[in-house]
Design a protein around this ligand. Structure first.
Ligand code: AVI
Length: 326
């Protein structure tokens, strides 16, 4: 961290990796900003709000499926499984399984993996109401956290790893295949992996989910520029950018952008660069991939998993797919 001062009394801590990623992305021919930087404190709250919007169905569909299928998900062995959730956020989804394990009187451990300390604290608090559940937190990236959690398990203890919320949808085809390979490598024979994926649906539904009429998703996206202003001492004028989404049917993803409303130059002092944007120029910020049921199954199979079961929520088309290491 380098310490600079924007105003005499307000020092700004510059995260060198964030600064480098922003400079690198904005200096590309097709400008882009890494998706993961949406999630500062305000961005995480805006995302929680998105999950409650009537147009964004992922969270509700997944919650319904987890409630309906939790017995099938957790009762494949006589020993209660340890649960590891990668990207646990506030722990809301894993608590659906915790609630069941607790009421069945099956004491076990739930490992929460997240890079956000705040998220881990929220998750621990939420799971604290279940006396049969011991919580272990891992403030690490997905795979590092998974490795750390698996490293604590007894050899005979079954485990179920969760990767929910269609988080995989924010990875491109190449990265998602590599990611599932990495998950598979960390697990042992008999271990299970539950993957939540949003499925392809009509284009108007997808566009409304990512460009809601209340403007919450627009705020979530534009907050990325506000974060760069705050943390990297930049001068994006948020009123000169708009949120735009499009459905890319060839790659099967919703693409999100912030689009410059006029010709302008933006300086990011903390990243030591200025960038020029023409009127109508887009900065890519996120892709949200949508799958068919078959694509999800073959994604897991190509990483070496066996498909155990797949449950589909038919109203808004969302899938939970359960895989096993053979
Ligand atoms: C976290 N992720 C799966 C969300 C998605 O659907 O791509 C992030 C999001 N972006 C806009 N709305 C929700």
């Amino acid at each position: 961290m380098i310490d600079i001062s924007v105003m005499e009394s307000v020092p700004v801590q510059i995260d060198a990796v964030f600064a480098r990623d922003v400079a690198e992305g904005l200096n590309r021919e097709l400008k882009q900003l890494p998706t993961k930087y949406h999630y500062d404190a305000l961005g995480s709250q805006l995302f929680e709000a998105i999950c409650e919007l009537p147009w964004y169905s992922i969270t509700r569909s997944e919650r319904r499926l987890l409630l309906e299928e939790r017995d099938a998900i957790i009762s494949h062995s006589s020993n209660p499984p340890a649960v590891i959730e990668m990207g646990s956020g506030s722990g809301e989804k894993v608590s659906i399984l915790a609630d069941r394990l607790n009421s069945m009187g099956r004491p076990t451990t739930i490992h929460l993996v997240d890079i956000s300390k705040t998220a881990l604290e929220l998750g621990t608090q939420r799971l604290g109401r279940y006396p049969a559940i011991q919580v272990v937190r891992h403030e690490l990236s997905y795979i590092e956290g998974l490795r750390a959690a698996v490293g604590t398990l007894r050899l005979d203890q079954p485990v179920i790893v969760l990767f929910l919320g269609s988080n995989i949808g924010n990875m491109n085809a190449e990265t998602s295949v590599q990611f599932l390979h990495d998950v598979h490598t960390e697990l042992r024979t008999g271990d299970r992996f539950l993957l939540g994926t949003d499925l392809v649906k009509p284009e108007p539904d997808l566009l409304a989910a990512y460009d809601d009429p209340l403007g919450v998703t627009a705020a979530f996206n534009l907050n990325l520029l506000a974060r760069i202003n705050r943390e990297l001492d930049a001068d994006f004028n948020l009123r000169q950018f708009v949120h735009r989404v499009l459905w890319n049917s060839r790659d099967s993803c919703v693409e999100s952008y912030v689009v410059s409303q006029r010709e302008q130059t933006v300086c990011i002092t903390g990243a030591d660069c200025c960038v020029r944007l023409v009127k109508g120029e887009s900065i890519w910020t996120e892709s949200s991939f949508k799958y068919t049921r078959e694509q999800v199954r073959s994604l897991g199979s190509s990483a070496g998993f066996r498909v155990v079961d797949q449950w589909v929520e038919s109203v808004s088309t969302f899938a939970l797919t359960l895989f096993e290491v053979t």
